[in-house]
Write a protein that binds this ligand. Structure first.
Ligand code: ARG
Ligand code: ZN
Ligand code: CA
Length: 651
């Protein structure tokens, strides 16, 4: 977070403001509880958790290990851990929280679930914004709705010494990155198959600690020095972190006499077998964090409730083909869907209806269907004929087993397809819409690593968002990442160009990234490169390198480039591809793309400059010299030039 705040002071302002609100709520709660002698006044809140296990072999972290970790969290958060006996000196302030955890029993789409997602991948976790382990597009696992679920990623950190990390409430990251990461070697007390747990961090306390942060607890020592800097008055002041597994009275300059330092606190850095307690006020502070806008949705989530299946419930789970925002030059597109029996009865008949832009174009009733409860089956239907431009393809189920569907909310899915003859110019794209890539755009990520993402951190060229590639964390030399616009029809034009704004910095001692623009005139069948630079030569404003995970902070860091595409006009269709090539430098940002044309007039002359007189002269007269330009299509063979002084009439 300090890294982020260095580059984006506005993120710090938002965080500080939210912390003030939380602190006030905390103090009110403390006063209320004090007058009530710390009796419990709030009900237990059970929070649905989804564990994303991202490992080359994710089965190496077993279901038993996940259950064990969940039990450890519930034991520690409820204060029922039997090892608290190492903290007798602090029994009077020993507390617990009213927070408990369950394995999510349903997905955000209300499909029965175990709360465990496994992804076979070698993608690692990088601490901070844009962590690739949190995105399916970079080989990780996409979060479930972060308002309703606590997402915990378990995997391998890029820095193998990291045990875990989490974000505080009331601040970035984007909702997709909320939650905690835990090293698989400090996860639960059960050894992962084929690997070992860290010997000192082998009792699941890494997540007890990280979730303390997730619920707004600071480290017990917080900032250096002896102030009440962790914001809870019942933890003794402590100068720096404690390591290892001390016992008995431990003192430092801040707590020089009994009871000494509270090295037994979960928010210290001691070994798992040594940290055994939250304080009463830490419990209150965690409870208060639930009122933050980024946490409050957890309190009303139904993620812990198992799905109750109705008798007859058919559903389109996904449209497998066409993929969302598919672009094609073909007159039709193949259609494959996944049908799901969401009911308790076997599904023996169903009607599948396909609409394109609201008009029914086929219905389909699978012959000999016999789909067991809570299972799926794929079907390929007739290809869908397309119209030019946007095609919204909606597929719905009806009449499961010949009766009305018990739950019509899951009947339909829609995907959009763009047919290649293209939409009319201009293309104006500033990445302001939350959908990324924007509708009709494609993102090509051949190595499955980091790639183009929408970004809302920093100072955009315009609006609140831009697109960027996180080269700061990107470890694959030469990896390309493409962002490709949908096709646009050119029509009548005399000139065609694409302009865009870029911002970049490199990393000291490492090669710089490259940026290329290419165009296709055959719906992406082939591309011709029309612009090719090494980023530091064009986009980096001095200093051209930084060791920070760089984001933009001022408008003068944005550089506009414009590429003449007039030579492709005869082809009628144009699609633009933006490519970055990773070379271990730093982040590249792209904003406010404009693809447009101009139609010249036949007779169009203009003055582009007055070369004489100069703007300030010491003589009483001068011979006017002007530059005129023929903007018209026809050769300029005569033109009249008028001049006048102080509006005294044309000469
Ligand atoms: N270093 C990490 C953090 O500050 C985790 C520390 C976990 N400690 C432990 N005994 N498991 O968030
Ligand atoms: Zn910590
Ligand atoms: Ca249904």
């Amino acid at each position: 977070m300090d890294n982020l705040f260095l580059t984006v002071p506005s993120a710090k302002a938002v965080f500080d403001q939210n912390q003030v609100i939380l602190q006030r709520a905390f103090e009110e709660k403390v006063a209320q509880l004090a007058s009530n002698n710390y009796n419990r006044t709030t009900a237990i809140t059970t929070i649905p958790v989804v564990f994303h296990i991202v490992l080359p072999n994710p089965a190496n972290v077993t279901d038993a290990a996940v259950t064990d970790q969940l039990n450890i969290l519930n034991r520690d958060f409820s204060g029922l851990n039997p090892d608290s006996t190492n903290a007798t000196a602090f029994y009077s302030v020993r507390g617990h929280s009213e927070i408990r955890f369950c394995l999510a029993q349903r997905t955000p789409a209300n499909i029965p679930a175990t709360g465990i997602v496994r992804v076979a991948s070698s993608t690692t976790s990088s601490v901070g914004l844009g962590d690739p382990i949190k995105y399916t597009s970079s080989g990780g696992s996409d979060a479930w709705d972060g308002d309703k679920y606590l997402n915990i990623w378990v995997g391998i950190p890029a820095n193998p010494n990291i045990l875990g990390y989490a974000w505080f409430p009331g601040t970035p990251p984007p909702i997709q990155e909320r939650g905690a990461f835990c090293n698989f070697r400090s996860f639960s007390s059960i050894q992962p198959t084929g690997s070992s747990l860290f010997s000192a961090y082998d009792n699941g306390r890494t997540l007890t600690h990280e979730l303390g942060h997730y619920f707004n607890l600071q480290h017990i020592w917080a900032a250096a020095g002896c102030g009440n800097d962790d914001g809870v008055s019942d933890t003794p002041p402590q100068d720096v972190e404690s390591f290892g597994c001390p016992s008995g009275l431990q003192t430092d300059a801040c707590s020089p006499s009994a009871p000494g330092k509270m090295y037994q606190n979960y928010m210290d850095y001691t070994d798992d077998d040594c940290m055994t307690m939250f304080t009463i006020l830490q419990g209150v502070r965690m409870q208060t964090a639930l009122s933050d806008p980024t946490r409050i949705g957890l309190t009303t989530s139904i993620g812990c409730l198992p799905v109750v299946l109705a008798p007859n419930d058919a559903s389109i789970l996904t449209i497998v083909s066409p993929v969302p925002n598919f672009v094609t030059c073909d007159p039709t597109v193949p259609l494959t869907i996944t049908l799901r029996n969401a009911g308790t009865n076997s599904l023996t008949s169903v009607v599948v209806t396909v609409k394109r832009n609201g008009t029914t174009i086929q219905t389909f009733s699978p012959v000999g269907l016999n789909l067991a409860s809570n299972t799926t089956q794929n079907f390929t239907l007739n290809p869908v004929p397309l119209v030019l431009g946007a095609n919204s393809i909606e597929v719905c189920t009806s009449l499961p087993n010949g009766v009305a569907d018990t739950d019509p909310t899951n009947d339909c899915k829609t995907n959009n397809v763009i047919q290649g003859a293209g939409t009319p110019l201009p293309l104006v794209e500033g990445f302001e819409g939350v959908t990324f890539p924007p509708i009709g755009w494609q993102r090509i990520n051949p190595d499955g690593g980091l790639t183009w993402q929408r970004n809302t951190i920093g100072l955009m060229h315009g609006g609140i968002a831009d697109a960027f590639v996180n080269h700061f964390n990107y470890g694959t030399n030469g990896a390309t990442d493409d962002l490709i616009s949908p096709p646009y029809s050119i029509g009548v034009a005399d000139s065609l160009w694409v302009s865009f704004w870029g911002a970049y910095k490199g990393f000291p001692g490492f090669p710089f990234e490259e940026f290329q623009v290419a165009v296709s005139t055959n719906c992406g069948g082939s591309f011709t490169t029309v612009y090719n630079v090494r980023d530091d030569t064009v986009f980096a404003v001095a200093p051209v390198t930084t060791t920070a995970n760089w984001t933009t902070s001022s408008l003068d860091q944005w550089i506009r480039q414009s590429v003449d595409l007039s030579s492709v006009i005869p082809s009628g269709n144009v699609q633009v591809r933006f490519r970055t090539i990773n070379r271990f430098g730093n982040n590249f940002f792209l904003d406010d793309i404009n693809l447009d044309k101009k139609i010249f007039l036949n007779n169009d002359a203009g003055v582009t400059a007055i070369n004489s007189p100069a703007s300030r002269i010491c003589v009483s007269s001068a011979v006017p010299v002007v530059v005129i330009k023929n903007y018209g299509k026809i050769n300029l063979t005569s033109v009249k030039i008028n001049y006048q002084l102080d509006g005294t009439g044309a000469v």
